[in-house]
Design a protein around this ligand. Structure first.
Ligand code: LLP
Length: 401
């Protein structure tokens, strides 16, 4: 049974902090983390939370407190992680198409680095030789993930070093003495099929023989979580078993021990997040009933950007008679959150809650239409704490000269 915040808790937070507001449930994050570590018991594994899903410093601190490591997609995320108290040895930095200077900065911070281009590998090797271990992000030519926008391992993807260029990696290794400790892939987000990870392992085990100093296989993130009612996420327990079998067999066969790393983002925080909005306006267009809310694609872009489905609940009229609604935003764009959605009767002033809003919700928010980014609240031990105040007019002006 998974933990959830109650309707009363959500309503009272909306009353206290205003809307739109992101609410996170700390213990739910821990629940996911425990599920993960249980599923991989008996395998030499490490988990690095993909901070890009949600970087609020309080969430990062909580993630650290429960014993999880962190994966950062930019040097600033790495700085946030340090600020949140992570040890450099528990921080991983996996960026793409960045200036070499940023990689140098990551080295200076003493964190683990995955490099995603021959060009940067070569620069790193020339400058640091064998003195600092790195990982290489490979593009394994595996099609995976919910849709093309979130699929990153296929043959036309910008991410990683194409598998067919491995000769060049070997050349750089030989010429510069580069210390390659990790092979990394991340093939996409919302990967339900355990076989996709198995395929990744197979590819990396094959490549592994070229790298005598290899210690780690990093399989990235991308575990699917259920978004629709009745939908299933990645079978983590099955994946844990599969990974254990594969790594044990590899060790037996080659007499070589490898550690496995993962970088889950959504899996840890998606279901722990709620996004509460208030209904401003009800409107009819022919048969369509619009419920216009006090937010839009500026605050929660997943439905529009990926066509993502998020469950919606009318928490202020839960037993109202079900009717069909198009739930739409207040931005000067067609920002439709849901079409023809059956919801308990909506009245102006009602509070609607989007589920699965913990990952890539606030984090992808913007100031479009000069609206303030929302507040964030963390529930821990049943108590809400404001962890980011709503923006103000001064924030809109603060960088303008
Ligand atoms: N590792 C790397 C190198 C990544 O690029 C990502 C996500 C992750 C780990 C974490 O993936 P996750 O476990 O969260 O699926 N904004 C999109 C997803 C794009 C993710 C980008 N990279 C969404 O809202 O679905």
């Amino acid at each position: 049974m998974t933990m959830q915040l109650t309707r009363e808790q959500l309503l009272s937070a909306a009353g206290e902090y205003g809307t739109p507001v992101y609410i996170y449930h700390a213990e739910r994050i821990n629940e996911q983390y425990l599920r993960l570590t249980n599923a991989f018991k008996g395998t030499d594994s490490r988990f690095f939370y993909a901070a890009k899903a949600l970087t609020n410093i309080h969430v990062l601190r909580y993630i650290r407190e429960i014993g999880c490591n962190v994966d950062c997609s930019s040097i600033n995320e790495a700085r946030l992680a340090l600020y949140a108290g992570f040890e450099p040895s528990n921080i991983l930095y996996t960026s793409n198409n960045i200036a070499f200077e940023e990689i140098e900065e990551a080295k200076h911070l003493g964190i683990h680095i995955n490099i995603d281009s021959i060009s940067n590998l070569e620069k790193f090797g020339k400058k640091f030789g064998h003195t600092y271990p790195v990982g290489i992000r490979l593009r394994p030519n595996i099609m995976a993930g919910g849709n093309l926008k979130i699929s990153t391992g296929h043959a036309a993807s910008k991410f990683g070093v194409p598998l067919e260029d491995i000769e060049q990696v070997l050349r750089v290794q030989k010429e510069t003495g580069l210390f390659i400790r990790t092979l990394h892939i991340h093939t996409g987000s919302e990967i339900k099929d355990v076989e996709v990870f198995a395929k990744g392992i197979e590819v990396l085990f094959e490549v592994a023989q070229h790298f005598p100093e290899l210690e780690v296989i990093d399989l990235g993130g991308g575990f699917k979580v259920p978004y629709m009612p009745g939908e299933e996420g990645t079978d983590i327990e099955k994946l844990g078993k599969k990974v254990k079998e594969e790594f044990e067999e590899y060790e037996r066969k080659y007499n070589r021990h490898l550690q496995v790393w993962f970088e889950p983002g959504k899996f840890l925080v998606s279901e722990a997040g709620y996004f509460i909005t208030k209904v401003n306006v009800l409107k009819k267009a022919g048969n369509i009933s619009f419920a216009g809310v006090d937010t839009g694609l500026n605050h929660f872009i997943r439905p529009m950007f990926y066509g993502a489905y998020h469950e919606i609940e009318n928490i202020s009229n839960p037993s109202g008679e079900p009717k069909l609604y198009n739930v739409v935003g207040n931005i000067c764009e067609t920002d439709t959150f849901a079409e023809n959605r059956s919801l308990p009767e909506i009245r102006e002033g009602d509070f609607l809650v989007f589920s699965n809003a913990g990952a890539y919700g606030f984090e992808m928010a913007s100031n479009y239409n000069s609206r303030y980014r929302p507040a964030e609240v963390l529930f821990k031990n049943g108590l809400p704490q404001l962890i980011r105040r709503r923006e103000t007019f001064e924030d809109l002006l603060s960088n303008q000269i």
